[in-house]
Design a protein around this ligand. Sequence first.
Ligand code: TA6
Length: 312
Amino acid sequence: MTRVDAPAKVSAMSNAKLPSGLAAHTLPSRLDFEASPLGGPVARLTHGDFQALVALHGAQVLNWTCGGDGLLWLSPVARIRDGKGIRGGIPVCWPWFADHPTDASKPAHGFVRHRAWSVASTHSTPDGVSITLTTATTDGDRSMWPHSAEVLVTVTLGEMLTVALKTRNTGTDPFPLTEALHTYFRVSDIANVSVIGLEGVAYLDKLEGFARKRQAGPILFAGEVDRIYLGRTSPITIFDNGPNRRIVIESAGSGSAVVWNPWTEKTERLGDMGSPDAFRQMLCVETSNAGDDIVMLGPGETHTLGAVYRIG
Ligand code: TA6
């Protein structure tokens, strides 16, 4: 199992100034902030043998480690850059999943993963430590998305990793919402991996024009896979027979799940995976409201999409 070297603390890496106001949110020995060598501020959460790094950019979990072993995949060429996404970890796809439903010129997976979020609060209990980050749509966003909303992401690190994506409609009109916690899991080799929990579940196969199919048996990987499963999508278990490890994913507020491995051609097309065979060490299993699973949110209403990850 390859260790993921978590970005070192700012004192070791650089004297880059952190945004003002972060110090008020530190929790001694549980949560502190540092300047990541990826190019932006991150929060480091610690709970026993577990650690997580959360970038303020995109409210994106960058890694989750147990005893130093990385459980999430992050591209070795990942960078934090304004207006761009970070390849790996847990990207927040919002307010639409994948391509915009009517305008392909708009960024895939929406726009909140491309910007810095603010720290709303941090909390520590004996069971875990959490950070809540927040952003809101602006008048400048209206050309991309003609609605108003506030978005909160709460990451909680305990014996499990929990991510909650909460949307509040702050406007006067209802809007359709699709979204995902687009989680990149680190695996020993995709050939060693199977996914169970989706047997018999219908899915849309993106590789065949979103043809509607039904899963037969465990999901195995021998080529590109890009599917939106619809219906009973919790719990899902990733079996990695290399280290003989299971990752269990339980979701809430979700009626779909996405399973994706880019394989060789798409890895080359993406250009930011770090190496031509990087696809062998990653697998996306995404907790979502995607495909037919669309959330309609009326004025003042809220919806929370949640995922809980644990070592099985
Ligand atoms: O969730 C699967 C997917 O929609 C794939 O089709 C692929 O495009 C992937 O997301 C990555 O998207 P991104 O915009 O992060 O490059």
